[in-house]
Design a protein around this ligand. Structure first.
Ligand code: ADP
Ligand SMILES: CCCC(=O)OP(=O)(O)O
Length: 355
């Protein structure tokens, strides 16, 4: 039996678990409000905060960290790579610290996993990081040669729920066409064609639907004018797009439950914004249906926001003509991380080397 500490820093949460093989000893989600994270100017300034909440959760649950065999973290904005389990190495740590493709909480996953594991003389891994890239070349063309569309998305959960759906239906993932909409702090909608995510919006950086913390795609001419208005620094604009966009910009919260409460209390702005997010997710699903030439076995709605019945209903109303809807609220990320780590610990797979 192998005991693994699993750590998953997301933009609005830190998820922590200990697994004995694939049996959870505990799984904990700590949600972070935008105010709680506001004092940290960079992701790396959150290092101590995130590491401390992880170690405290383990201690509170009465797990002795000396009983661990490995630490597995959600991987961050590395160079684009194929999916799988990677051993955390020096090059990876450097790329995570620099944020070679940008800044996101998942950059801390590999680094904290490494630091905790190192202190115990244990191995550390990441699994299916947010930069898994299986996009078709046609999907990379933006319309401006200087800009290439990138695959940055909730690869870990998108792959995990797509495989869960395949297992439940008794069909191979490679024999299915699926559209997966992960709706968390960021939102990604991916077209899964025969086991590959051939197109997906960049969930981090001004692409796709808006989300609790991000603007998603914006009318580009207006954005250019804002950038050159002299009113904002580059860092301010970047923060307005990622971190202070979406729900946060309109409603001053990153919490879907809070938005629902506002709506129930008669706040018309909250209702419009919540419905607009559903509208944009539905539009993105329609785009993926075109990518798959209309041959779609199911549309899967997942992520924390998929707990919201209204949101799911609004999206379903607009896209159920495309394919049957499957809802997997929350995520299967913790189990997927445990599975990825265990395959290597058991010797069923060799950890890939990040170069
Ligand atoms: N029961 C719920 N109803 C509506 N929204 C929810 C619910 N639970 C969580 N959420 C929202 O889901 C979002 C976070 O989703 P999650 O997939 O955990 O994201 P992340 O990993 O990016 O932090 C937050 O806006 C959170 O408030
Ligand atoms: C960086 C893409 C993945 C992402 O947006 O994750 P969160 O929703 O956890 O922020």
């Amino acid at each position: 039996m192998f005991r693994m500490l699993i750590i998953n820093p997301g933009s609005t949460s830190t998820k922590i678990a200990v697994y004995d093989d694939l049996t959870p000893v505990f799984v904990e989600t700590l949600r972070h409000s935008s105010e709680e994270l506001a004092p940290y100017k960079t992701i790396f300034e959150q290092y101590d905060f995130r590491k401390n909440v992880i170690l405290k959760a383990v201690e509170d649950k009465g797990v002795d960290i000396k009983t661990l065999n490995a630490v597995v973290g959600r991987g961050g904005l590395l160079k684009s790579i194929e999916g799988g389990t990677y051993a955390v190495n020096y090059i990876m740590l450097e790329d995570l610290k620099i944020g070679v493709q940008g800044q996101h909480a998942s950059n801390l996953g590999g680094v904290i996993a490494y630091e905790i594991a190192k202190s115990l003389n244990l191995p550390s891994y990441i699994v299916d990081p947010v930069v898994v890239d299986e996009m078709d070349d046609i999907a990379r063309v933006s319309g401006m040669p200087e800009i290439t569309r990138k695959s940055i998305f909730h690869a870990l959960n998108q792959k995990a729920v797509a495989k869960r759906y395949a297992k439940e239906k008794g069909i191979k993932y490679e024999d299915l066409n699926l559209i997966v909409a992960h709706m968390g702090g960021g939102i990604s909608v991916g077209a899964h064609k025969n086991g590959r995510v051939v197109d997906v919006n960049n969930a981090l950086d001004g692409d796709g639907p808006f989300s609790p913390e991000r603007t998603g795609s914006l009318p580009v001419g207006d954005l250019v004018k804002m950038c050159y208005s002299g009113k904002y620094t580059i860092d301010e604009i970047k923060k307005m797009i990622t971190g202070k966009g979406g729900f946060v910009a309109y409603l001053n919260t990153n919490d879907g439950r809070e938005v629902k409460k506002m709506m129930d209390e008669g706040n018309k702005e909250a209702e419009l914004v919540y419905k607009a997010m559903a509208y944009q997710v539905a539009k993105e699903i329609g785009m993926c249906a075109a990518v798959l030439s209309g041959k779609v076995d199911s549309i899967i709605l997942t992520g924390g926001l998929a707990y919201g019945k209204e949101l799911v209903d609004w999206i379903t109303e607009r896209v159920s003509f495309i394919a049957p809807i499957t809802v997997y609220p929350g995520e299967d990320e913790m189990l997927a991380l445990a599975e990825g780590g265990l395959r290597v610990l058991k010797g069923e797979e060799t950890a890939k080397e990040y170069k």
